[in-house]
Design a protein around this ligand. Structure first.
Ligand SMILES: C[S@@+](CC[C@H](N)C(=O)[O-])C[C@H]1O[C@@H](n2cnc3c(N)ncnc32)[C@H](O)[C@@H]1O
Length: 207
């Protein structure tokens, strides 16, 4: 799908995301994950700022999204939660930062919409400090055969409507990218993955 069309789809969903109609389970997952953020944080595809209530005190957040409507909501949420945050209106797939710029990189519910999720994960690994933490809460293909068949069948419609793929193998992508898994929690027949990871340590060549 063209980027402009995708942006429009998310602009239209901004009010919905702002109303925070998520179930308590999703809020609990956010709390569990985001509570581990520290220092200089990069939050990719921030949406309406649903993670903001869960950041520990003292973090400095750089938040990016390509939907201006989402960013407007997120800026308000940051003020509401007294979060030290700055915002970047940009396509994540076109962004760049110096290597090792952030202590924590956060991405929640966004690997589903990138054209090149593997490339974004590689960039995340580069932007994160070697001793930093990467925090992901993503949804993808279930390990249950019947459910995954339904996901595959509905995916074209869901992508056209919500801009979001439902068939991605999130753990597989993370493993292929330069990330080492620290902890993974899977829910809803593996459709939802909470992932704590670190940039893969460069291994010596001296044997
Ligand atoms: C499903 S929402 C999730 C928002 C938020 N991360 C959350 O957990 O509630 C996906 C967000 O990703 C943003 N997004 C998708 N692809 C993007 C891209 N290539 N560059 C920047 N933002 C993107 C959308 O604008 C939207 O705000």
């Amino acid at each position: 799908m063209e980027k402009q069309k995708l942006i429009q789809i998310f602009d239209r969903q901004a009010n919905h995301y702002d109303k925070k109609r998520e179930g308590s389970k999703v809020k609990q997952w956010r709390q569990q994950l985001i509570g581990d953020a520290k220092g200089e944080v990069l939050e990719l595809a921030v949406g309406a700022g649903a993670n903001f209530p869960f950041y520990p005190p003292g973090v400095k957040v750089t938040a990016a999204d390509f939907s201006a409507a989402m960013l407007e909501k997120a800026e308000r949420a940051a003020r509401e939660h007294r979060l030290d945050a700055r915002f970047i209106w940009a396509d994540i797939e076109e962004m760049d930062f110096a290597a090792h710029s952030f202590d924590t990189v956060v991405s929640t519910l966004s690997m589903c919409s990138y054209d090149q999720p593997r490339m974004v994960l590689d960039m995340i690994a580069r932007w994160c400090r070697p001793d930093g933490l990467i925090l992901l809460m993503e949804h993808g293909i279930s390990s249950n055969r019947a459910l995954s068949a339904v996901q595959r069948a509905l995916n074209p419609l869901l992508y056209r409507t919500f801009g979001c793929h439902h068939t991605r193998d999130i753990q597989g992508l993370v493993r292929q990218a330069g990330l080492d898994l620290v902890r993974t929690d899977s829910y809803w027949l593996d459709m939802v993955q909470l992932i704590w990871a670190r940039p893969r340590a460069l291994r010596g060549t001296g044997g």
